[in-house]
Design a protein around this ligand. Structure first.
Ligand code: ADP
Ligand code: GLC
Length: 473
């Protein structure tokens, strides 16, 4: 099994994609699948590959030589695509100081080309996968090259983690990207007059998955499909939604070394974490302490937060935000901290250790996303008894059982689910949060329900294994 992606924990991460790509090999190993992960050798990764075996090479990989180096990192079998003309540069995986890398189409075409080549012909050590699993638009051309160059017995899967990123390129690059001109029509590669690496994958992969059942259905509608709804609807028979899991070794309040450990039976100790978090941010909050750990972008509904804060703070609530992203939203978050000193604390930046302290110390985690393919932070919230307050979309809707008269009576609620994801929806959800928090017995029950939810990889790994087995025949 060959997995191809642009991010993978612990090597390179900008979002949940990396967590998932990094977790799948161990999860699937338990099901008997030997998975290697092919990634670009970004500058930050090259030094770590010194002495690795060279198992594949190309003299001209979209403008320069390329080779694949194989090694082990933290138990993962990693293949790095070393092509200095494409990946050895200062900056992020997708953008440099001047914005998106202008040669992104070639960079990720090279990744897809190498993946398809390895899948078709195997590596220098004789290893050959029977399934090629590509992730998001950066992996999107891998199934296309595999299909167009002759797949043999190898089958392909494309997983959509976020349809908002489609890997667009002008039609004039068709030849440079080594794509067959006869496939440039609306039923295959053509996309609004240009090319899209994601569409190329969607039309050529043997199977398509996305990261939650609800997002799988949403993607077929214009409100969520972002132009690709028709392409996906046409392949509904090959499409499934498989929820992400979280790493329950890393996200476990009983064993987390960065917090004061607690469990569902020792929830009083969670209060010590809250006190520590309030102290760290200089807060004194009489009611529920909400947290946000997120990319600060429109997708995540962060712009809805300022409008909802006055009433929440008035009702006794407080908020701690850890995030980075859109400068306007960063400024809006800083503005909240200035406006509500003692009630709102904000840390702009990316800080894994700090994120654990927020989940341990918060009472509720807010995820008011406009769309959310799966989402991981609501699941961390469940693990830590930090009740998720989420918009009813994508994986948020699939992982949180919203408190309602029926779910409370049945004793199964694990959080608050609201719709639509707008200012009023969030304001009402926060009002509900304040009310539920005041009912200490019900709140504790919700926390225990939340902490019991199975959010690890077991069920999803089994679902992927069934999919692979079905394909590999
Ligand atoms: P997305 O991939 O859309 O950003 P996910 O919820 O799937 O959303 O994954 C986000 C991941 O990044 C989670 O592991 C989350 O904890 C982490 N994360 C996001 N922002 C920060 C931050 N500022 N500091 C630490 N971790 C963060
Ligand atoms: C994307 C989505 C997020 C999902 C992650 C991993 O970044 O925005 O919802 O959890 O991919 O699949």
């Amino acid at each position: 099994m060959l997995s191809v992606a642009s991010e993978c924990v612990p090597l390179i991460k900008t979002g949940g994609l990396a967590d998932v790509v990094g977790a799948l090999p161990a999860a699937l190993a338990g099901q008997g699948w030997d998975m290697r992960v092919l990634l670009p050798a970004y500058r930050s990764l090259r030094a770590g590959a010194a002495g690795w075996a060279r198992l594949w090479a190309a003299e001209d990989l979209f403008g320069g030589p390329g080779q694949v180096l194989a090694g082990q990192v933290a138990g993962l079998s990693v293949l790095l695509l070393d092509a200095p003309h494409l990946f050895d540069r200062d900056g992020g995986p997708y953008a440099g100081p001047g914005g998106d890398w202008p040669d992104n189409p070639q960079r990720f075409a090279a990744l897809g080309w190498a993946a398809a080549d390895i899948a078709r012909l195997g590596l220098g050590d004789g290893w050959q996968p029977d399934v090629l699993h590509a992730h998001d638009w950066q992996g999107g051309l891998a199934p296309a090259y595999l299909r167009y160059r002759g797949a043999g017995q190898v089958r392909s899967v494309l997983t959509v983690h976020n349809i908002a990123f489609q890997g667009w390129a002008p039609a004039g690059l068709l030849g440079a990207l080594r794509l067959p001109p006869e496939q440039f029509h609306s039923g295959a590669l053509e996309y609004y007059g240009g090319l899209s690496a994601l569409k190329a994958g969607l039309v050529t992969a043997d199977a398509i998955t996305t990261v939650s059942p609800t997002y799988a259905a949403e993607l077929m509608r214009p409100e969520f499909g972002m132009g690709l709804q028709g392409v996906i609807a046409a392949r509904a028979g090959q499409m499934t939604g498989i929820l992400n899991g979280v790493d329950t070794d890393v996200w476990s309040p009983e064993t987390d070394t960065g917090i004061i450990p607690y469990s569902a039976r020792t929830l009083k100790r969670k209060a010590l974490n809250r006190a520590a978090l309030e102290a760290a941010f200089g807060l004194t909050v009489p009611g529920p302490l909400a947290i946000i750990v997120s990319r600060l972008t429109d997708q995540k509904g962060i712009d809805l937060i300022p409008g909802a804060m006055p009433a929440f703070v008035e009702a006794g609530g407080g908020l701690v935000v850890l995030g980075t992203g859109d400068p306007a939203l960063e400024a809006a978050m800083r503005g909240l901290a200035a406006r509500f000193p003692g009630r709102v604390g904000v840390r702009i930046g990316y800080d894994e250790a700090m994120s654990h302290r927020l989940f341990a110390g918060g009472d509720a985690v807010l995820v008011p996303s406009r769309f959310e393919p799966c989402g991981l932070t609501q699941m961390y919230g469940l693990r830590y008894g930090t009740l998720p307050v989420v918009a009813a979309t994508g994986g948020l809707a699939d992982t949180v059982i919203g408190a309602s008269p029926a779910t409370l009576a049945a004793g199964v609620a694990t959080g608050i689910v609201f719709a639509p994801a707008d200012a009023l929806g969030l304001a009402l959800a926060l009002r509900r949060l304040t009310g539920l928090y005041a009912d200490r017995k019900t709140w504790a029950r919700l926390q225990r329900n939340a902490m019991r939810q199975p959010v690890g990889w077991a069920a999803s790994a089994a679902a992927y294994a069934r999919l692979y087995e079905g394909l590999a025949g």
